[in-house]
Design a binder for this molecule. Structure first.
Ligand code: ADP
Ligand code: MG
Ligand code: MG
Ligand code: MG
Length: 402
């Protein structure tokens, strides 16, 4: 058995899996009959899908560098955080994530259920698939995972050790802080964009109100450990098959502001909206945005009602003589999440258009001018969100759809 870290290959994945009886049993006993396929498509890790006569598994391994840039060195521990995130979320949102099977802390390998026949939600969105159903499900997913990992839903004794554990995921926090919340807002060598957008980029990077919003967002991200977040909840971290939805890729998990997860998801719907092939499709995506937020809000508030004495914050035990005050304060908490969500969404839109890691949604538009026109719509919308926060989801969608 290999007891030091080694980057897996299509051949050595087989050898690695053979060492674990439970995985051999799951796949079917003779490893020569397994087929191994590499499907890595993210910036950071190796992912293999292994199919045997009895079943299949997905094998994910951290690389010691950014996958798409070997010069950019990276510590390996991120799969440990993903494994821990997966185990916790399996309990709070059962059925919403692939089943956890194994974590090897020497090889930094995570083995989980293979989602057979699923495609990324980003791909499905590009092919015109339903966006409303998955958005409702993700709204509920964020509500459940946030509620049961935060002080409204749990005691401080239950929460604080987790805050401490996930605080060690600093490498990936640094990536988010730099790539999402910093670099795109000033002149940085990692930024790139279509030259047709030069003027809009110059405006974004020299606006005091936007700088003020970004200073606030950086603080929210690093100093507001409300709940255990996914941390990278874009449409490539969601997989779909007919009506089934699963969330994958929790390596960026951290304790942070709930509006961050909401904002990333929402931003990727906005990007899909900007890249959409028709007006009807845009209307469908706008509906998905509304359904996502209203679903999150409804589920979070209803968990609060049914688990009224579960947590230390906003406790009905402590404040039972002030029921209307408590209800108003809960509403204010949700309003705070909404405000964070719209601003984090704006930051995500901007970075996906002019930052290091961009999205494939616009790739079908072969003409640069039209592609730039679509991206400009999203960029201008994001700038407006940062300058002036909308008061409601109706206002958010209204601004987008004009
Ligand atoms: P990265 O962290 O490098 O972005 P991901 O976890 O997003 O890696 O996985 C990369 C790709 O591998 C996904 O886009 C998806 O196509 C595939 N994939 C990941 N996990 C699974 C799984 N459990 N079942 C099937 N395919 C998966
Ligand atoms: Mg990914
Ligand atoms: Mg990832
Ligand atoms: Mg503001």
């Amino acid at each position: 058995m290999v007891r030091h870290y080694e980057t897996l290959t299509v051949e050595s994945v087989r050898v690695f899996l053979e060492q674990h009886d439970t995985l051999v049993n799951r796949l079917g006993s003779r490893s020569e009959t397994w087929t191994v396929r590499e499907v890595s498509d993210g910036n950071l890790n190796l992912v293999f899908l292994v199919q045997g006569p009895e079943g299949s598994v997905c094998v994910k391994q951290s690389l010691p560098h950014v996958r798409v840039d070997p010069q950019w060195r990276m510590p390996l521990d991120r799969t440990a955080f993903e494994a821990e995130w997966l185990r916790r979320v399996e309990l709070t949102a059962p059925g919403c994530v692939p089943v956890f099977l194994l974590f090897d802390p020497v090889m930094f390998v995570l083995v989980m259920e293979c989602l057979e026949g699923f495609v990324t939600f980003r791909q499905a969105l590009g092919e015109g698939a339903d966006a409303v159903g998955p958005s409702r499900m993700i709204g509920g997913f964020v509500a459940r995972t946030a509620f049961f990992s935060s002080l409204p839903g749990r005691t401080l004794e239950e929460i604080m050790p987790n805050v401490s554990f996930f605080a060690n995921n600093t490498t990936l926090m640094r990536i988010t802080f730099d790539l999402v919340l910093s670099d795109p807002f000033y002149s940085h060598h990692r930024n790139h964009w279509l030259k047709e957008l030069d003027q809009e980029v110059a405006v974004l990077q020299s606006d005091e109100a936007i700088a003020r919003a970004m200073i606030r967002l950086q603080q929210r991200f690093l100093t507001c450990p409300q709940a255990l977040l996914h941390g990278d909840l874009h449409s490539g971290s969601v997989m779909v098959r007919n009506g089934d939805v699963r969330v994958i890729d929790g390596e960026f998990s951290l304790y942070g502001p709930i509006g961050f997860d909401c904002g990333l998801y929402l931003a990727n719907l906005v990007l899909a909206w900007a890249a959409a092939r028709s007006g009807g499709r845009r209307a469908h995506l706008a509906e998905a945005m509304d359904v996502f937020w209203s679903g999150f809000r409804k589920d979070f508030l209803s968990l609060w009602q049914t688990h009224a004495s579960g947590g230390d914050l906003f406790s009905e035990v402590t404040f039972s003589v002030y029921p209307s005050l408590l209800e108003a304060e809960r509403e204010r908490y949700i309003d705070g999440i909404f405000h964070d969500m719209t601003e984090f969404a704006a930051a995500e839109i901007v970075r996906r258009l002019i930052g290091y890691a961009q999205v494939a949604d616009f790739d079908w538009l072969t003409g640069t001018v039209e592609r730039a026109d679509r991206q400009r719509e999203a960029l201008v919308f994001a700038g407006h969100l940062l300058r002036e926060a909308p008061g409601s989801m109706a206002e958010f969608v209204g601004r987008l759809t004009g």
